[in-house]
Every structure is written in structure tokens, then in C-alpha cells.
Design a protein around this ligand. Structure first.
Ligand code: HDE
Length: 676
């Protein structure tokens, strides 16, 4: 690889080009390049005889197949990824010397993998869970990985507890149930007996844990990191990704149904958006606290169960990431990508957050078993776009062919190269934090307030969001069999909010808890999704339409498209539909292949059909969408299905269809209509 590689001119995509292979129009060969003349019959002694050992083609094909699986990730196994680029708006030079953040307009190739945490690689995607949001920036100074989640805090404060948390969360070992769900005894037993989890559990029970789309969720670095500028001055920093489309969620009943109707809902949404040119965009933000202000807050900046309220420490927007290309091969790229919070560049450093410190060990260790050895950095998706040189050699799957006899340092034979770089030459130097202390196994008292921010989160929620949290606790604890665990959890959450705990206790038949809540009255409006950006762009509309539809509907459908929404037609069968005036439209779905849960809104057009099964299916769609607080629109014959709900919020009915599209789109913009 050329030493003079310029990252901006030779993007990661171009680097990957040399590894991409298009097998179309080629002759079939073995892995040794030998052309194969027959691929359907193994070599036999006689047409009805035994297969011969000599059949190298059969042996190679079968051996490769037998070894096609690698261990799935212990957590975040179910994921989906895309390529893109990050562009700087504002130079971060005063705070960090990281080269990729210096120049407004500078672009860096990125690869982002989104994931659920608990489920296996084939599990459903709309389960209640945190989502991983891991970004690899291929910078000219090496790869920088921001390995975050869509929730800004974590369950535990010390990495040594991570195996316990994950064992409790994963399916129970004696019967391997439930899949991709926290609604079971061991998870809640862990929560009640590890009360540092209170804040994150509030988030996990909120709408944040059932995002509408990867394109509509925030990302957070969670830990406090350090920015260090070229004068050596440091700031504490927290990272945020803010989705340009706003932060939006499903409702629980809908999320559960989607798990069956389309277990691939989130990856399909991301894949299709990129294929359609609706590139997902996220702004990168940073919260900065100077070293001098480390102790000025009512939380410890090193505690990963605490967030920095945006109203106290504003989020400075730094740039924008655009995801603009799907992967060519999910295994080679999405499955083999190896993220690591320890992949940093000069100007980005760690803090003593004990959760972060432990992660710095875990991520390389896990790749060794998952990707089969120490050369995983040579896989195309993991290679930096800048050159790399050191004295590491050999190991499974080595691809680089290092020249010469020297693989040690210091040496004289190669003039003591490769040689360390000074700071001025771009060598990474660790921030020289002064440390004093005894070697102890304990936790700072400043980490011991587990409830204040959990209460702040509750205080910040709108009425519907609070209702959803109560519903989520009642669902999850309702699935817990152990009465003592149920009681311990409601007793625990009385420390967060008495009304929350009492309502849940009643729902699950537990005793009313007696503990008093934390008394915190503070709230942070930025935490409520009610205050997020709302827009109609890319929202999916299910259009229920039948034979003999009114021609005006075709005009409306075009207006809806022009407003940035995505109407898709649903009918009782596939094939061309002919409108009353002869207009032809072709539905993409039938009532069997689609479902209201897969759309953001329903537009009922109807047709001339008198078929009662059409009426039944249409009414079912509309009623279900209504129960999920979605926008419903009806014109022409479609109005017959909305008679009993036509005066409800978010239901737009126009017999004449004048102005319908703009009213309907405005209603969709609201996302959901809670006041029904
Ligand atoms: Fe991870 N985590 N984690 N994690 N994590 C992994 O690494 C771990 C934590 C996160 O799309 C594993 O390659 C420990 C917090 C994401 O490939 C493993 C601790 C946050 C992904 C691991 C944590 C994360 C992982 C499993 C506690 C949010 C998926 C496979 C100290 C800031 C990355 C792998 C991808 C994956 C360990 C806690 C985010 C085992 C020990 C906090 C997004 O190394």
C-alpha cells in the first residue's frame, strides 16, 4: 500500500475495492484456481457406487461449508451496518489535536454498526433493549472507534460486573429462554441486587429501548473521555450523535408484533433508506467540562451511570455523519468488523471511569476468539487507511508479507526502524494525569447515589412517556415468576418515584412499597422525546386501495411522495388495479404480506369492491394503526372505514379530498397522537 495515501482522495471504499470480487460471468473454479467441470455430482466408483476420497472438489467445497460459522458476539450479536462519511462543521482545535476534527469541511470515511445487545445473531430486531451505535472513523492518523449505545448511561459502574450483568440478561441457562428479552427472573434479580442499575433501567423501560428506526435514535459514547489539544491542555468530553430526523420510537404492542411480522424491520429500514438515497444523517455533538471543573457537579464525571444534563453542559455540534452506502457482503464487513474503545487517535484519551478501563481490555480479547487470532486488523473492513508498521509477525491468517530479517526493536540492521514517532511527528502520548492512591478493591463514595438521576429522568418525561414506562415495568415484572424478586424491584423503584412504584406494584399484585423517593425535583427537557425534531421525511404510508379507485387518489399519492413520505399500496391481491377513470396502479403488498405495524400512517382510498373480506381486512388495518396512535387518512370510498373515529386527533377525513395531502402530512409529522 502506498505510503503517500491521502485519506480524502482514497476513501475506505476505494481501499475496499481491491478486495471486492464480482463472480458474475466467471467460470467456476476451486480455491486453487482450477476450473471445475461438474458441480452437482460427487466423484463415484460407478453411478450407484461410493464417493471417492480422491474427489478434491467435493472435499474442498464441503470443508469450507463446515467451517462457515464463527462465534457470534457475546453481546451485540444482532447488528447491521453501513458505510458513510463524517464532515466537520466546526474546528475542535481549541480542545483536541485529533486531525480529523481540525478543518471545517474535512471528510473522513466511516463504518457504523447498529445492534441490539441481548439477542442472538438471528433474533428479532424490535425487542426492548439498548441499541449499540458503533462508529469506526478511518482517519489519516489511524482508526478511531466511538463504540456507543443509544442510551447515555450504563447498568453498572465497574467492568468486573459485566459478566454478571450479561449472564443475568441473556436467556436463562437451564432452558435457554427467553430470547432477546429482559422480561425474566434473572435479569430483574440482578437489577434489584445491583441498584446502580436504577438509572439505566429507567431508560430501558422507556420508549428509547424500542426505537422506530436506527435512523431515528441518538447515540452516546457513555463514558467521559478526554480531549487534549496541541498545547497539552485537556477537557473532559462526552460524545453524542443526534439524528437529523429526530428521535422517535415504536409503541410496545407494535414492537412485539413487528418482531413476528418482520424480524428484520430495522435492518430493512436502514438498507432501503440507503438504497432509496434517503441517506441517514447524524450530527456529532460534544459536551465539554474543563479539568478545573471536575468536582463542580452533583455527579462524579467518572461515573458511567450518570449523564451531564444538556441544560447544564450544552452539546456543541461538531459535524455531520451521512451513511450513504450499504455493505456488499454482510459477513465480510458487518460480521468481521472489530470495534474497540481503545482505538484512539492523538488528541482523544481516556479517563479513569472503571467501566471504560475494563472495556479497554475486553474488546481485543473478544476478537481473538471471534475472529480466530491476532491478525483481525488485516481484514479489509478493519484495516486503517493509513499505513501501519511494527514488529508484529505471524499468527493465524497473516496476510502482510513483511520483507527483511528484522522484526525487533532496537536494531541496527534496519537502522532501528520502524522507529517510534515523537509527539511532533504524530506519536500518541498519553495524557499525564497525576494519580495518587492506595491499591484497593473498592468504589468511590461519589459513585453511591443511584437514584437522583433516575428520578430526574422520570421527572423529565411527558405524561404518555410516563405511562409507557409504567406499562414496561408492569409487562417485564409481570413475566417474572419469583414473587420476592418482583417485590424487591418495586421496593427499589420507590426510591426513584413513589407513584411509579405503587402503580407497578398494583399491576403485578405486589405489596405497596414503603420507601420514599429521592426527593429530586430537577428535570432535563432534552431527555423527553416530546421535544425532539419532527418531520414527515421518509415516513411510510400504507395506502389501502382497491379496484375502481377514484382517480384523484393517484394525484394525492403523488403529493404525498412530493412531501417526502413513502406511500406503498396495499390491496387484496397483487397485479394491476384499474381506477374508475382507467388510471392504472400496482400495489406492492396484499393484506397478507403487509401489516399496519409496518407503516407510520394509513391512508384509506378504497375502491368499488363490495367484497366483505376487503372491508374486514381494511378495518382491521385501520383499527390497529389507530390503537398505535398513528395518523389515519381517508378519502373517497375509504371514508366508510373511519366512521367511528373520524373526529379523533390524527384522523384526517376528506370526502372531497381538497387540501387532504397537506393536512395528512402535517398530522404524520406529529409522529403519534397520544390524546386519543
Ligand atoms: Fe461492549 N462489548 N462492553 N459496551 N459493546 C462488546 O465486543 C464490554 C459497553 C458496545 O457492533 C464486545 O466485539 C464490556 C458499554 C457496542 O461490533 C465485548 C463492558 C457500551 C458493541 C464487549 C461493555 C458498549 C459492544 C462483544 C463493560 C456503550 C458492539 C463483541 C465494561 C458505551 C460493537 C465485541 C459492534 C460489544 C465488552 C460495556 C457498547 C465483549 C466488558 C458501556 C456498541 O468486547
Amino acid at each position: 500500500m502506498s505510503e503517500k495515501r491521502n485519506v480524502n482522495e482514497n476513501s475506505k471504499n476505494e481501499q475496499l475495492e481491491q478486495f471486492r470480487v464480482d463472480d458474475r460471468d466467471q467460470k467456476l473454479t476451486t480455491n486453487q484456481g482450477l476450473k471445475v467441470s461438474e458441480d452437482e455430482f460427487s466423484l463415484k466408483a460407478g453411478e450407484r457406487g461410493p464417493t471417492l476420497m480422491e474427489d478434491f472438489h467435493f472435499r474442498e467445497k464441503m470443508t469450507h461449508f463446515d467451517h462457515e460459522r464463527i462465534p457470534e458476539r457475546i453481546v451485540h450479536a444482532r447488528g447491521y451496518a453501513a458505510h458513510g462519511e463524517f464532515e466537520v462543521y466546526e474546528s475542535m482545535k481549541p480542545y483536541t489535536k485529533a486531525k480529523f476534527l481540525q478543518e471545517p469541511g474535512a471528510k473522513t470515511p466511516v463504518f457504523v454498526r447498529f445492534s441490539t445487545v441481548a439477542g442472538s445473531r438471528g433474533s428479532a430486531e424490535t425487542v426492548r433493549d439498548a441499541r449499540g451505535f458503533a462508529t469506526k472513523f478511518y482517519t489519516e492518523e489511524g482508526n478511531y472507534d466511538l463504540v456507543g449505545n443509544n442510551i447515555p448511561v450504563f447498568f453498572i459502574q465497574d467492568a468486573i460486573k459485566f459478566p454478571d450483568l450479561v449472564h443475568a440478561l441473556k436467556p436463562e441457562p437451564h432452558n435457554e429462554m427467553p430470547q432477546a428479552a429482559s422480561a425474566h427472573d434473572t435479569f430483574w434479580d440482578f437489577v434489584a441486587n445491583n441498584q446502580e442499575s436504577a438509572h439505566m433501567v429507567m431508560w430501558a423501560m422507556s420508549d428509547r429501548a424500542i426505537p422506530r428506526s436506527f435512523r431515528m435514535m441518538e447515540g452516546f459514547g457513555v463514558h467521559t473521555f478526554r480531549f487534549v489539544n496541541d498545547e497539552g491542555k485537556a477537557h473532559f468530553v462526552k460524545f453524542h450523535w443526534k439524528p437529523v430526523l429526530g428521535t422517535h420510537s415504536l409503541v410496545w404492542d407494535e414492537a412485539q408484533k413487528i418482531s413476528g411480522k418482520d424480524p428484520d424491520f430495522h435492518r430493512r429500514d436502514l438498507y432501503e433508506a440507503i438504497e432509496n438515497g434517503d441517506f441517514p444523517e447524524y450530527e456529532l455533538g460534544v459536551q465539554l467540562i474543563s479539568q478545573e471543573d471536575e468536582f463542580k457537579f452533583d455527579f462524579d464525571v467518572l461515573d458511567p451511570t450518570k449523564l451531564w444534563p444538556e441544560e447544564e453542559v450544552p452539546v456543541k455540534i461538531v459535524g455531520k455523519m451521512t451513511l450513504n452506502r450499504n455493505v456488499d457482503n454482510v459477513f465480510a464487513e458487518t460480521e468481521q468488523v472489530a470495534f474497540h474503545p481503545g482505538h484512539v487517535v492523538p488528541g482523544i484519551d481516556f479517563t479513569n471511569d472503571p467501566l471504560l478501563q475494563g472495556r479497554l481490555f475486553s474488546y481485543t480479547d473478544t476478537q481473538l476468539i471471534r475472529l480466530g487470532g491476532p491478525n483481525f486488523h488485516e481484514l479489509p473492513i478493519n484495516r486503517p487507511v493509513c499505513p501501519f508498521h511494527n514488529n508484529q509477525r505471524d499468527g493465524y491468517g497473516r496476510q502482510t508479507i513483511n520483507k527483511g530479517p528484522v522484526s525487533y526493536h532496537n536494531n541496527s540492521i534496519a537502522a532501528n526502524t520502524p522507529s517510534p514517532a515523537s509527539e511532533a511527528e504524530g506519536g500518541y502520548t498519553h495524557y499525564q494525569e497525576k494519580i495518587e492512591g492506595r491499591k484497593v478493591r473498592s468504589r468511590s463514595d461519589s459513585f453511591k447515589d443511584h437514584f437522583s438521576q433516575a428520578t430526574m429522568f422520570w421527572n423529565s418525561m411527558s405524561a404518555p412517556e410516563k405511562e409507557h414506562i409504567i406499562g414496561a415495568f408492569s409487562f417485564e415484572l409481570g413475566k417474572v415468576k419469583n414473587k420476592s424478586v418482583q417485590q424487591q424491584v418495586v421496593d427499589m423503584f420507590a426510591n426513584v418515584n413513589a407513584e411509579l412504584a405503587a402503580t407497578v406494584a398494583k399491576a403485578i399484585g405486589a405489596n405497596a412499597p414503603t420507601a420514599k423517593d429521592s426527593g429530586v425535583t430537577k428535570s432535563s427537557p432534552a431527555l423527553s422525546q416530546e421535544n425532539t425534531k419532527k418531520m414527515p421525511a421518509t415516513r411510510k404510508i400504507g395506502v389501502i386501495i382497491g379496484e375502481g379507485f377514484d382517480a384523484e387518489a393517484a394525484v394525492i399519492i403523488n403529493e404525498l411522495k412530493a412531501a417526502g413520505t413513502q406511500p406503498e399500496l396495499i390491496s387484496n391481491q397483487l397485479g394491476v388495479l384499474t381506477g374508475a377513470d382507467g388510471t392504472k396502479l400496482e400495489p406492492q403488498h396484499t393484506f397478507l404480506t403487509a401489516d399496519s405495524v409496518l407503516f407510520d400512517a394509513i391512508y384509506a382510498v378504497g375502491g368499488q369492491s363490495e367484497d366483505p373480506s376487503f372491508d374486514k381486512a381494511a378495518s382491521y388495518f385501520i383499527n390497529e394503526a389507530y390503537s398505535h396512535f398513528k395518523t389515519i387518512g381517508a378519502t373517497h370510498e375509504g371514508t366508510k372505514w373511519v366512521g367511528n373515529i373520524k373526529n379523533s386527533p390524527g384522523v384526517v377525513v376528506e370526502k372531497e379530498a381538497k387540501d387532504f395531502a397537506s393536512q395528512f402530512v402535517e398530522a404524520i409529522t406529529a409522529h403519534r397522537h397520544w390524546k386519543r
